[in-house]
Design a protein around this ligand. Structure first.
Ligand SMILES: Nc1nc2c(c(=O)[nH]1)N[C@H]1C(S)=C(S)[C@@H](COP(=O)(O)O)O[C@H]1N2
Ligand SMILES: [Mo]
Length: 502
């Protein structure tokens, strides 16, 4: 009976060793070559958009953490099963390791920009795993093992598993924290000419509890991307290639980028996956170089109506060339709220385009701009069924009082944010129960490219109430009450909250 348990344990110890060793090798060969990271990446890229949507809905921005944990649980189950089989026939154990090793190697070699040695972490890991399996099973004395032998076996596999897990986690942590943080800390941001700065009006923020601050601190800024591990790209290695249907190809290094004229602008970024009332939106002060200036140098050819921005890990976004040239402050951003871009927000360079959802414009870890046409190329999310053009829809949200809360009767402040980037918000109206729409006060904004806080005083009367908000943009368009899901081009509907006043 106990031999089965022993088999499962030996399988876990072998798999743990394989993954741990692979993670350590990946310190040297790069995180994207780790089997966990590359297989996970293949899964992320191949799940249908609906599943990704569901994952974001259920796990919010922790969808990839959930994927990693899920993967480990499934792998552990397989490893235990293979160990049980190996007790019966050793060969099945090696075959199982070879199968998983093959999957890992295929995944690692298939990733965007994979180096030729991408197979190394999996290969060395699998060899170590097979070695551990061999060693443990050779000492497994079967049904007539003495108590002494059993204790040895349990201890040996237990310590192996524990050691492998520790080494693996340390390797993972070390390989993602190498180089880049140091590089980032050593950056001195170039100054921005005073006439290229958009100052913040003093009254932009009502500073109410629960109301999203006008400027979202970097640590609270939502994070959405397809990267299982955050790409680690140093300013030394960074360069941007502008190519495709251009009159003149350009390659720009970090130092060259920093010498160009800089602008500083508040721009609100929003994710197309944001549900009505959701938090996948944030506002920051970005510093960077105008994309229009770079395009003017590269000279897009007639018909090149799409600029495909590509990240180091192969993500792509397609932005209308015309939008990047129409005078708005589309930029290659190098700083967010006064500091170099946080690594998870695209260090060292990302795109920021006022007025478009992130999936068609906000490429992080940017390394390429390719001039092409919408007819010739579908970017990452377009291949997966999302709309090719992604202008941000006019929306609004109630932040305070909170949904489901119990404020006291008497005068309270209803407040929230409204946004219609690059059109601007001209009016916000609030309705309590079935009452008339009341016009809220709008706080000042630095430009039409940010969200706008709004407030409304209300004499709260005891009992249950539903509060609803709707916004109107400067084009005179009022937020529609037609309810639509995020897929394919952004959620619509009015945001409502339910409260019970005490
Ligand atoms: N390289 C890369 N850039 C990316 C993405 C991505 O998956 N990979 N996701 C985009 C999407 S969908 C959004 S909404 C924004 C989010 O930017 P943030 O994480 O800085 O908030 O990044 C965009 N840029
Ligand atoms: Mo997004």
């Amino acid at each position: 009976m106990h031999t089965r348990k022993f088999g499962a344990l030996a399988g876990l110890a072998a798999a743990g060793t394989a993954l741990g060793v692979a993670e350590v090798v990946a310190i040297f060969t790069g995180a994207p070559t780790s089997p966990l990271v590359s297989v996970g990446g293949v899964v992320v890229d191949s799940v249908p958009a609906k599943v990704k949507d569901l994952a974001v809905e259920v796990f919010y921005t922790y969808d990839k953490l959930a994927l990693s944990i899920g993967t480990l649980v499934i792998l552990a189950a397989f490893a235990a099963g293979i160990g049980v089989l190996a007790i019966r026939r050793r060969l099945w154990g090696y075959a199982g390791i070879a199968l998983f090793g093959g999957i890992g190697i295929a995944a690692a070699l298939s990733r965007h920009n994979a180096p030729w040695y991408a197979f190394l972490p999996t290969l060395l890991g699998a060899a170590a795993g097979a070695g551990v399996l061999h060693w443990l099973l050779t000492h497994e004395a079967g049904d007539n093992a003495t108590a002494e032998e059993r204790r040895w076996f349990l201890r040996a596999s237990g310590y192996t598993l524990l050691g492998a897990a520790l080494v693996g986690f340390a390797g993972r942590w070390w390989s993602t924290r190498r180089n880049v943080e140091e590089d980032r800390a050593s950056i001195e941001l170039p100054t921005v000419a005073p006439n290229s700065v958009a100052p913040l009006p003093p009254q932009a923020d009502a500073a109410l509890p629960d109301l999203a601050p006008f400027v979202t601190p970097n640590k609270d800024f939502y994070q959405i991307d397809t990267a299982l591990v955050v790409p680690q790209l140093t300013t030394r290695d960074w360069k941007l290639r502008i190519h495709g249907r251009v009159g003149k190809e350009l390659t720009i290094s970090w130092d060259e980028l920093l010498k160009r004229p800089m602008i500083e602008r508040y721009v609100t970024l929003a994710c197309v996956s944001n549900e009505v009332g959701g938090g996948l939106i944030g506002n920051a002060k970005w510093q960077g170089v105008r994309i229009a200036d770079l395009l003017a140098e590269a000279r897009p050819q007639p018909g090149a109506d799409q600029v495909v921005s590509r990240s180091i890990d192969g993500f792509t976004a397609g932005t209308p060339t015309a939008v990047l040239q129409d005078g708005r402050d589309a930029m290659l951003a190098i700083a967010m709220n006064g500091e170099p871009l946080p690594v998870e927000h695209g260090f060292p360079v990302r795109m920021v385009v006022p007025g478009l959802y992130g999936y068609v414009s906000a490429t992080k870890w940017l390394v390429e701009l390719e001039l092409t046409s919408f007819a010739d190329f579908d970017a990452y999310w377009i291949k997966r069924g999302w709309a090719a053009k992604g202008p941000i829809k006019t929306e609004s949200r109630i932040d305070t009082p909170r949904d489901g809360s119990n404020p006291r009767a008497g005068e309270i402040m209803i407040a929230g944010v409204a946004w219609a980037q690059h059109r601007g918000i001209s009016k916000v109206e609030v309705r309590v129960d079935d009452g008339a729409w009341q016009v809220a006060s709008l706080l000042p904004v630095p430009s039409i490219d940010t969200w706008r806080q709004w407030t409304l005083k209300w004499q709260a009367t005891p009992g249950r109430h539903r509060i609803t908000v709707r916004a109107t943009d400067n084009g005179g368009e009022t937020q529609t009450d037609a309810v639509a899901p995020p897929d394919p081009d952004g959620a619509t509907g009015w945001h409502s909250i339910d409260i019970e006043v005490k």
